[in-house]
Design a protein around this ligand. Structure first.
Ligand code: ADP
Length: 482
């Protein structure tokens, strides 16, 4: 495949491509076939330290660039990504599995973070105020936090990178990016694009590694990194927060979710089914915002479940490069086993399978769209992030009951709510414990909106007008006026 051949396979450090010091490489596999696509450099802790040194060396000059310069680099990168939509989409489909149509949508979504933050780069504001005593003037300015470590997951290989790189560059921070080992190619292609867009050497550095724990910890403890922005599981997030505590590193954490999706009896059923398809099936369900627990009012539950099952059963599962494919493979066999084990556990405890639920034969990490009803409360699927195309439906009778059930989780990322009653919509939205709510929609992600969670789903927000704040420090200058 030319798109794979054309991507650099080395570490990107100080503006140059170089092999891992050990000469080691890691395998990038196609989850649709199980075959190796290519190999890329597998960094050691020493390589990681070189990347940090390069980011530190580039920091002062990058912070001193004109905001307009930073803005225009991001804007050029946006244009280049957009112009190369087809290549980048195919690359993502090959290394991650999502159907091409979804990969194209991710290119548009991911690129938009660069356009959005190119516009924010020139709007970093400060202030001047008179202190209450009338004498002092309080001058407030904002500065980049410094060299950042960005750690991204495999589910949105482009957008998870641009969502962090965009605001970091706009703010004037230099970067070490560590993408997930399953999907390094998109990040490496992005580095080449940013270089072409005029990003100076050392401002962005990329280390790909199979040994994240050993590579990352010394970097966080080393005292040079000032900011960690992480997207991944809550378990790893906790470990990283502990590592950041010793050197008091600022953190942004986008962690796991367990999104409730609630369909009230006054919902428009077409809208609710359509919204559930999006909230459940976008990215094969491999999204931290995916609807994980579906609550439907008892009076409409049978009708809703049967319509959803019909829609799910009609989806075509296959290799994402085929135009007819609606649902690609899961990321790996472990991800598939996890989803299947959750289904088997639910069935063992009495759930009914309306469609799907069988492991297919043959190569690849495919799993069929599955709808379950009658989920017993002790089922593991209720408390576990499914990360697969499995819809687990439960019923409820009252508003209070469903809100209590929806909030009965340590997570608080996204929730979805379907009702045509505005009063109820606002009342329930205010009581749901989550950072984001889709009201009559199954899609909350938007580069112009503050994405993030509460409770153990994370700290901080990405995107929106607040996304850049995560990469800026306030500095206040006291000025007595005589
Ligand atoms: P997932 O289960 O979706 O792969 P993870 O939280 O394991 O989510 O991974 C998200 C990112 O965090 C990946 O880039 C991964 O390599 C990285 N990662 C995993 N474990 C650690 C660790 N102990 N320290 C630093 N990064 C890690």
């Amino acid at each position: 495949m030319t798109v794979v051949r054309d991507v650099p396979k080395q570490l990107f450090i100080g503006g140059g491509w170089r092999d891992a010091e050990s000469g080691r490489t890691l395998s990038v596999d196609n989850p649709a076939t199980g075959e190796e696509l290519c190999r890329v450099a597998d960094a050691s802790p020493a390589d990681g330290q070189r990347a940090v040194d390069a980011a530190v060396a580039a920091q002062a000059a990058w912070a001193a660039t004109a905001p307009r310069t930073r803005s225009e680099i991001l804007r050029r990168a946006y244009d280049l990504i957009t112009a190369r939509t087809e290549d980048l989409a195919l690359l993502m489909t090959l290394e991650m599995g999502k159907p091409l149509a979804e990969a194209r949508a991710e290119v548009a979504y991911g690129a938009e973070f660069f356009r959005w933050f190119s516009e924010e780069a020139v709007r970093i504001d400060g202030g001047l105020m008179t202190a209450p005593d009338g004498k002092n003037r309080l001058l407030v300015t904002r500065q980049p936090v410094g060299p950042c470590l960005l750690i991204t997951p495999w589910n949105f290989p482009l957008a998870m990178g641009t969502r962090k790189i965009g605001p970091a560059l706009a703010a004037g921070c230099t970067i070490v990016l560590k993408p997930a080992p399953q999907t390094p190619l998109t990040s490496l292609a992005l580095a080449a694009i940013l270089t072409e867009a005029g990003l100076p050497d050392g401002v962005l550095n990329i280390i790909t590694t199979t040994d994240a724990a050993a590579v990352v910890e010394p970097l966080l403890r080393g005292g040079q990194i000032r900011k960690l922005s992480f997207t991944g599981s809550t378990g790893v997030g906790r470990i990283l927060l502990a590592q950041c505590a010793d050197t008091v590193i600022r953190t942004s954490m986008e962690l796991g979710g367990n999104a409730p999706l609630i369909v009230f009896d006054d919902a428009d059923l077409d809208t609710a089914v359509e919204g559930t398809m999006v909230a459940k099936m976008r990215n094969m369900g491999e999204s931290c915002c995916a609807a994980n627990r579906i609550f439907v009012h008892t009076s409409i539950a049978d009708e809703f479940a049967s319509r959803l099952a019909t829609r799910m059963a009609a989806l075509t599962v296959g290799d994402g490069t085929q135009p007819t494919t609606d649902v690609g493979p899961l990321i790996d066999l472990a991800g598939r086993s996890k989803a299947h084990d959750l289904v088997r556990d639910a069935v063992k405890r009495g759930a009914t399978v309306l469609t799907g639920g069988q492991l297919p034969d043959g190569p690849g990490c495919f799993y069929p769209p599955t709808v379950l009803t009658g989920i017993a409360p002790e089922s593991q699927i209720i408390d576990t992030e499914i990360f697969g195309p499995v819809a687990a439906i439960r019923t409820f009778d009252t508003e209070d009951e469903v809100i209590a059930a929806a909030n009965d989780t340590e997570f608080g990322l996204a929730s979805y709510l379907f009702t045509q009653n505005l009063d109820r919509a606002l009342r329930v939205a205010e009581r749901l414990e989550s950072g984001m709510i889709g009201l009559n929609t199954g899609l909350v992600s938007n580069p112009a909106a503050p994405f993030g969670g509460i409770k153990q789903s994370g700290l901080g927000r990405e995107g929106g007008t607040v996304g850049i704040d995560e990469f800026l420090e306030y500095k206040y200058i006291a000025v007595p006026v005589g």
